[in-house]
Design a protein. Structure first.
Length: 489
């Protein structure tokens, strides 16, 4: 078992804080020991970052030179794809098929923002006065904090690091307590790719201590956060006090909607994937299923059959669909939601507890679970469970459907299953959510903006304009034929 250093201000060192462990959720074995960052490490990392982004060695780089560093990092990630995927599976228990996808996504994100950096252009507004040229340029913000959750490390970290560096900033990464390994590997990769010292620090530690100290630091000029809505709200307060921008990627309670004309098999497969992949530990998990009453029984039947075929088990083994939840405490939380649903009058169709297989007894596994008989007002339909728990609700007409789908504090995503695309597009338009999938679910493109409505977030990640979320505009007025200013009277 390895002892890991953390990466502070361009230096690998033992963190000054408490001991932390990375454990394999499938059996509780220890992957690595490390020491968290201390408040002193935070201070050093941020002051080095503030010097590093201002230094000519970074500020003086032309866009294609910055892009080259990101492109090299992408190549290094691609070369180590399998090893990184395995490491991530050890760190958070997601099946290898999924972690391979996350690693590939991180490389693609770095390449995409390398390109966005090269093609980013300022503006040359049209002349409103003779002999006056106005220009507007995009400049970096300075030191950016990237605070990330445990469910998709490397991908969520790169979604923040790549646009922030491409835009010319320095970045302080605070990975989730449970999953420090991939963020530290990313630091090594960027170091190898030639990123100047001090531009990237990775500071593992407790969110309430280290995350909060980073967010409050006066030199940190942007908070880019993915995680729970409560923490996001807390960070938004900190940002409001400092008057700095945020990008907040928060929770969800997304709906899958099956209209009467849906392709039943396509819908059943998409719904099962949408909620049970990643064991439901995804902000976009399709956790509420609204089904037209005419399809309710056959769809319930098909979802049950498909779910029985899912293989739970060691996420390192091929063919496994569902690994363990991140830890036992989280599993207890998921299970308590099932108990709550039953207390609220729900019926359990399958799952609802850990698997019985002795081989899985050490891991924090939880079976795919289907509930029905609840209203959209039930707490399990309103609160994010972040586990493999699906609630099925029938509907009769679309006005009622719309009211219920939109009756949520969240507004992250939705899926619509229908063979009438025009109609599905019209329905999509009326949903208060940031992403709608039609006849598919949980597929992503780095070129397409992602983010939430309502309490699911603020700002958008992905898409070529998202580099501008890490920049500020500076406008210049240039007199082409200077003469003394006149009073307006
Ligand atoms: P989750 O429930 O997914 O752990 P959190 O929002 O608690 O969601 O955590 C997401 C990230 O935010 C983690 O890196 C965590 O350490 C960090 N975090 C938690 N609380 C705070 C806080 N008060 N200030 C800054 N970061 C925090």
């Amino acid at each position: 078992m390895s002892e890991l250093n953390i990466f502070v201000a361009g230096e690998w060192r033992v963190g000054g804080g408490e001991e932390m462990l990375s454990t394999f959720p499938a059996d509780g074995s220890i992957n690595a020991r490390l020491h968290a960052a201390s408040l002193d490490d935070v201070e050093q990392a941020i002051s080095a970052a503030d010097q590093a982004w201002r230094a000519a060695s970074w500020r003086g780089l032309l866009p294609h030179q910055r892009a080259l560093i990101l492109a090299r990092a992408a190549d290094l990630i691609s070369q180590q794809q399998e090893e990184l995927a395995q490491l991530q599976t050890q760190d958070n228990g997601k099946p290898l098929a999924e972690t391979r996808g996350l690693v590939a996504s991180a490389a693609a994100t770095a390449r995409y923002f390398a390109a966005a950096c090269e093609v980013l252009e300022g503006e040359w507004p049209s002349n409103r006065q003779p002999a006056l040229l106005t220009l507007s340029q995009y400049q970096p913000l300075g030191v950016v904090a990237a605070i990330t959750p445990w469910n998709s490390p490397i991908a969520s970290e790169m979604q923040k690091i790549a646009p922030a560096l491409a835009a010319g900033n320095a970045v302080i990464v605070k990975p989730a307590e449970a999953t420090p390994l991939l963020a530290l590997r990313l630091a090594q990769i960027f170091e190898q790719a030639g990123l100047p010292r001090g531009l990237l620090s990775v500071l593992p530690g407790r969110g309430s201590v280290i995350g909060e100290a980073i967010a409050r630091h006066p030199l940190v000029r942007k908070l880019s956060f993915t995680g729970s809505t409560n923490t996001g709200r807390r960070l938004a307060h900190i940002a409001a006090d400092k008057l700095i921008p945020t990008s907040l990627e928060l929770g969800g309670k997304s709906a899958s909607i099956v209209l009467a004309d849906a392709d039943l098999e396509l819908a059943a497969r998409g719904i099962v994937y949408g909620i049970f992949s990643s064991a439901g530990q995804a902000c976009i998990a399709g956790s509420r299923l609204f089904v037209h009453r005419s399809l309710y029984q056959p769809l319930r039947q098909r979802i049950s059959e498909l779910s029985r075929q899912l293989r739970l088990g060691d996420p390192r083994q091929p063919g496994i669909h569902i690994g363990p939840l991140i830890n036992h405490a989280h599993r207890e939380r998921v299970q308590s939601y099932v108990q709550l649903a039953l207390a609220e009058g729900g019926h359990l169709l399958f799952g609802g507890e850990p698997p019985a297989a002795p081989a899985l007894s050490q891991g924090s596994y939880f079976q795919p679970t289907l509930l029905e008989g609840l209203s959209n007002q039930a707490r399990v339909c309103q609160e994010e469970i972040f586990g493999p728990v699906l609630v099925m609700l029938p509907f009769d007409d679309e006005a009622e459907l719309l009211t219920q789908v939109n009756d949520s504090l969240y507004g992250l995503a939705a899926g619509i299953w229908s063979q009438n695309l025009g109609h599905a597009m019209q329905l999509a338009e009326q949903l208060d959510v940031g992403t709608v999938w039609i006849n598919t679910y949980k597929v992503f493109s780095i070129a397409t903006p992602f983010g939430g409505f309502k309490q699911s977030g603020l700002g958008r990640e992905k898409g070529r304009d998202s580099i501008k979320a890490y920049m500020q505009q500076k406008s210049l007025y240039l007199a082409l034929n200077p003469h003394p200013n006149l009073w307006s009277d």
